[in-house]
Design a protein around this ligand. Structure first.
Ligand code: SF4
Length: 117
């Protein structure tokens, strides 16, 4: 076999692998976002949510009980600005702290940490 044939074969093999990798990666990403959207919305009554001061509306947080939400950056504190949040759509997202649920973009809990810029 000629050296150019070997190079051509290698190039084709790499191209096929790269294409399959791209397709597979896209399917995994698509599948995970569809899966995340199917998770139930976290409720304030959930025992773990309650213990972390989860409120579906960040503006209704009991700041006497959860003073972290009354600091100078309080108005910015909501799930959509939290480092643990990944948006699914404009109003909902996934939270790493509650992997079996989705959370509201406008919610808040005491684990809130500012998303890095
Ligand atoms: S950790 Fe962040 S994203 Fe998760 S519920 Fe609390 S504030 Fe929202």
């Amino acid at each position: 076999m000629k050296k150019t044939d070997e190079k051509r074969r290698s190039f084709l093999q790499y191209s096929v692998l790269a294409t399959l990798g791209t397709l597979f990666g896209g399917l995994v990403k698509l599948n995970s976002s569809v899966y995340a959207a199917d998770l139930p919305l976290l409720k304030e009554s959930d025992p773990v949510a309650k213990s972390l001061g989860y409120f579906t509306n960040a503006d209704q947080v009991d700041t006497k009980k959860w003073p972290k939400r009354s600091g100078p950056d309080a108005k910015q504190q909501r799930c959509s600005t939290c480092m643990f949040y990944t948006a699914i759509d404009p109003k909902h997202g996934k939270c790493q702290i509650f992997p079996n649920n989705t959370v509201e973009a406008n919610a808040w809990c005491n684990t809130w940490s500012k998303k890095p810029a």
